[in-house]
Design a protein around this ligand. Structure first.
Ligand code: GAP
Length: 493
């Protein structure tokens, strides 16, 4: 039996980042030039894992009769972003330290101030009210009130967390998170386009194209996976907040009045998707947006949050977007995006239920969820430590490893034959170097669910050992049954 080993939260994060680099999951972007903040490269195993996450989502969404797929361009007409509200509203308030040039998002700067500093700030702003002993809850409540109503007054008496200087912050300014670029050779305002900050708008503007070409009737959805870009002020926590990332979004178009029912339906479906792929239930929770925190387009919104080592973080948002998006695109384009219901002969603008997951952020949650350190018995029965990535088999980058016990007695030939048979169907890995125990550990560390060993018994009865990653239980399977064994495990054709 394996026994879990406990890590502190920061140890766990450091170990995960180091494993991701060492084993070829994730590399820092442009590492040899010192890296580029907020961008990451997916190595051979990372790209496979990401593809598996996206494939599972794609199959779950589009292998049903009421959802169609789409792949819209990243560059869109600039009016799209005026209609969507991104030009006006997709901003974060930001301040700069004039002394050391550090830049902060105002809300995050305020969030990270200790109670002691909050007290100091309040006493400086209003010495009469904030004297003597006062409860911490009272202080943090008052600090929130004042920082919401008069942020500039707070900034003036704050010290910069980087250089420690006081009163060196600029006033708060709005900073638009969209990356701008230009189409064509002339770099003037008429040529500005944006890298899309979400994939959703490509779906909205194509609503009628997809509906009429696929002859779908309401309710139906459009699903899309693709890159999105946000010029985040603070990138942090590995893949959690990056400037370039991938989204998996589905917009479900419904008749107004049926939206609440579909909202509940999609909430349930989306939570179940994560659970079915092995996410621990106690690491998942719902966060409902308070009415005053709802996005400008939303009637109701829930986030699915995962408990990362640094705390709870959103991995997917489910929004009731009402008819905001289609109405705005009608208004800005002058083209109708109304739906004609053949049965009732009504014409109306559908409501939209959105499910919006980060592919890269979900991948990070799957990585954290999979990481385990255990004390486990070695081949000789001695207890030793193993790192094991307990990915759901559908997500595992390598599905099976093939080991000839020794490189003689015909074992390599049988092993190679098995490799040739399995490779067209599964991503397999051939390893003939070192003791079998070490080969197991190498595969545990990248989450390979099955290891096949070809040994002396294989020569006698044409069976091999299959060892399952998590339980480490071994069974013997006939070599001519291997394909059907894995077919039942991975359901391939
Ligand atoms: N269309 C709605 C929309 O884009 P969002 O909450 O801004 O909503 C949806 O983003 C999902 O995209 C988030 O739940 C998260 O998983 C992912 N995401 C957003 N910003 C991200 C970033 N800077 N880095 C990585 N993933 C991000």
């Amino acid at each position: 039996m394996a026994k879990p080993v406990n890590n502190t939260e920061s140890q766990l994060m450091d170990k995960l980042v180091s494993l991701c680099k060492r084993r070829g999951f994730i590399f820092q972007s442009s590492e040899i030039y010192g890296g580029l903040n907020g961008a990451w490269d997916y190595g051979p195993l990372g790209v496979e894992l990401l593809r598996n996450v996206k494939d599972e989502w794609w199959k779950n969404m589009t292998y049903r009769e009421d959802i169609e797929g789409l792949d819209a361009a990243i560059l869109m007409h600039p009016r799209v972003w005026e209609a969507s509200g991104h030009v006006e509203n997709f901003t974060d308030p930001m301040v700069d330290c004039k002394q050391c040039k550090s830049r902060y998002r105002l809300d995050i700067l305020f969030e990270e101030i200790s109670i002691k500093k909050q007290k100091d700030v309040l006493r400086e702003i209003d010495p009469q009210r904030f004297q003597g002993q006062q409860k911490d809850e009272f202080i943090s409540e008052q600090f929130k009130k004042i920082s919401d109503s008069s942020p500039d007054a707070v900034i003036k008496v704050l010290s910069c967390p980087s250089c420690g200087n006081k009163g060196t912050f600029t006033d708060a300014r709005k900073f638009n998170l969209m990356f701008k670029t230009f189409v064509g050779p002339v770099e003037d305002s008429g040529a500005v386009v944006y890298l899309r900050p979400e994939t959703a708008q490509g779906i909205f503007v194509n609503f009628l194209n997809v509906q009429s070409s696929s002859r779908q009737k309401l309710p139906f959805g459009i699903a899309q996976i693709g890159k999105a870009f946000r010029n985040e002020i603070n990138t942090k926590n590995f893949l959690f907040r990056t400037r370039e990332f991938e989204q998996m979004e589905m917009q479900f178009f419904v008749k107004p009045g049926t939206d609440d029912k579909w909202f509940e339906y999609w909430r349930e479906q989306r939570m179940q998707w994560f659970i079915d792929l092995g996410m621990k239930k106690d690491k998942l929770q719902w966060h409902q947006h308070a009415p005053d925190k709802l996005a400008h387009y939303a009637k109701d919104a829930f986030d699915i949050e995962y408990l990362f080592p640094f705390g709870w973080g959103e991995i997917e948002g489910i929004h009731n977007r009402t008819n905001f998006d289609l109405s705005r695109h009608e208004e800005y384009s002058g083209k109708t995006l109304k739906y004609f219901d053949e049965e009732t002969k009504e014409k109306f603008t559908p409501f939209i239920i959105e499910t919006s997951a980060g592919a890269s952020r979900s991948l990070m949650a799957f990585l954290v969820n999979a990481y385990h350190e255990e004390e486990a018995p070695s081949a000789e029965g001695k207890m030793e430590q193993r790192i094991v990535m307990k990915f759901h088999p559908k997500l595992a980058p390598i599905k099976a490893a093939i080991f000839p016990l020794v490189n003689r007695d015909g074992m390599p030939e049988i092993s190679k034959k098995i490799e040739r048979e399995l490779r067209p169907h599964l991503r397999v890995f051939y390893d003939d170097s070192g003791a079998v125990g070490r080969r197991y550990r190498r595969q545990d560390e990248v989450g390979t669910p099955y290891c096949i060993t070809i040994d002396s018994q294989t020569l006698e009865d044409q069976t091999v050992t299959i060892r399952e990653r998590d339980s480490m239980v071994q069974e013997r399977v006939a070599t001519d049954q291997l394909l059907s064994y894995f077919r039942t495990k991975f359901t391939f054709g």
